[in-house]
Design a protein around this ligand. Structure first.
Ligand code: FAD
Length: 427
């Protein structure tokens, strides 16, 4: 048995939702578009899972955060997809793909064929087993990638109020989960191998601010070491975490955020893979002209940097999704994707945004002691290439984005440091 569609989006996450809205805005006929997703619900704003979803009071729940509310656009409910004649094939995993025949084989045994395929399979959370540690399946060990994970995390948190949690990993999942655990009245210890949190993005000075802030909320940091094994009770529940530095931390629950791996496996050997993702051109088109890729799974040319990158950020998924639909439906009017990388996070009362690239020399500015507004600029070859700001206003964030996009010329770094935010707002 099988069905055929003009357009198929494989994956039902952030990129799929934003692409669907763009298809409808630009005009497609009912029955032309199909979205296949392993998840049981229509696309939603994944970042909500580590933020509003984990709040103890008045938590965010579907349908409130279906796409595309995250970009202040229409909220696409199941009814919306139905009204626009978009076929949603949910709770269905695609087991294999044949790009030569233009077919996908699903877990229900159906073959779905396409004229054009958009791969938006995102990424999966890396598991401890991949680092030689067993125990991921214990009832009180949590990961966070999808709605099912988040629902489980809430249940485990609620049954451990007043208890202790060990958070493994110092990236944004670890940081956001640690904040949520504290808000849920759980004592948190964060463990990570780097010297400071958010090491892929933050400078030591920026990290130091957030670590001190977290400490003031009761979070402990154990840095420069990794988890080596779990101690379990007779029911298989984790009761303690053993570290390489020989420390043992007792734990009522564990949250693991140790990175992600893009879901490329269906296409390995069929499409060109680069930097871990499906390689696409500025039109998001892969090495097979009928297959496009967007979101966490795609490695695309970032014009501003003059090289291809794979970005794991929601803004990139949203904008690339809009771009790919334009490139497919109006190829003559659509140029290459020209994207300014953007990443943000919100924890406790903190809120920061980052634009561009964190390479080169760093200039810090603002008040790192009160934490009201502070930031950093990254300078490479006499140009501004990256900007970070905590606690900015909408206009200030727009200003650092604009200055980074323009690659503002830096003649006197000391003067830029003195001007701080004023340097960007004056541009
Ligand atoms: P996803 O949204 O992951 O969607 C992929 C979809 O494909 C999923 O529905 C998956 O089930 C489906 N799928 C995969 N393989 C198959 C298959 N074989 N068959 C069928 N379906 C399949 N980014 C930020 O910039 N700021 C943030 O604050 C932020 N917070 C985040 C918090 C959390 C908890 C998480 C997990 C991510 C966060 N991100 C954040 C990252 C952001 O959510 C991702 O960059 C974005 O979701 C990528 O969109 P995507 O469509 O590529 O992938």
């Amino acid at each position: 048995m099988g069905r055929a569609f003009v357009y198929v989006i494989l994956g039902g996450g952030v990129a799929a939702g934003y692409a669907a809205l763009e298809f409808v805005k630009r005009g497609i006929s009912p029955g032309e578009l199909c979205i296949i997703s392993e998840e049981p619900v229509v696309p939603y704003e994944r970042p909500a899972l580590s933020k509003g979803f984990l709040l103890p009071e008045d938590p965010a729940r579907l349908p409130s955060f279906h796409t595309c509310v995250g970009a202040n656009q229409e909220r696409l409910t199941p009814k919306w997809y139905k009204e626009h004649g978009i076929e949603m094939v949910l709770s269905t995993r695609v087991k294999s793909a044949d790009v030569r025949r233009k077919t996908l084989l699903t877990s229900t045994g159906e073959t779905i064929s396409y004229r054009i395929l958009i791969v938006a399979t995102g990424a999966r959370a890396l598991r401890l087993e991949e680092f030689g540690v067993n125990g991921s399946d214990a009832p009180n060990v949590c990961y966070l990638r999808n709605l099912a994970d988040a629902t489980r995390l809430v249940e485990v948190m609620q049954s451990n109020t007043g208890g202790s949690a060990v958070v493994i990993g110092g990236g944004y999942i670890g940081m956001e989960c640690a904040a949520s655990l504290v808000i849920n009245k759980i004592n948190v210890t964060m463990v990570f191998p780097e010297a400071h949190c958010m090491a892929r993005l933050f400078t030591p000075q920026i990290s130091n601010y957030y670590e001190e802030f977290y400490k003031s909320k009761g979070v402990n940091f154990v840095k420069g070491t990794v988890l080596t094994s779990f101690e379990m009770d007779s029911t298989g529940k984790v009761v303690a975490v053993r570290l390489k530095d020989e420390n043992v931390l007792s734990a009522d629950m564990v949250v693991v955020g140790i990175g992600i791996r893009p879901n490329t496996s269906l296409f390995e050997g069929q499409l060109t893979i680069e930097k871990g993702g499906i390689k696409v051109n500025g039109r998001m088109q892969s090495s097979n002209s009928s297959v496009y890729a967007v979101g966490d799974v795609a490695t695309f040319p970032v014009k501003l940097f003059g090289e291809s990158r794979r970005l794991e950020h929601v803004d990139s998924a949203r904008k690339a999704a809009r771009h790919v639909v334009a490139a497919i439906l109006e190829p003559d009017k659509t140029g290459d994707f020209d994207y300014l990388p953007f990443f943000y996070s919100r924890v406790f009362s903190c809120s920061w945004q980052f634009y561009g690239d964190n390479v080169g020399e760093v200039l810090h500015f603002g008040d790192y002691t009160s934490g009201n507004t502070f930031g950093a600029y990254w300078i490479s070859k006499g140009r501004l290439v990256g900007s970070f700001l905590e606690g900015g206003t909408k206009e200030e964030y727009e200003a650092i984005a604009r200055a980074t996009r323009l690659k503002a010329k830096i003649e006197d770094p000391a003067e830029v440091e003195r001007l701080g935010l004023g340097f960007a707002t004056a541009i």
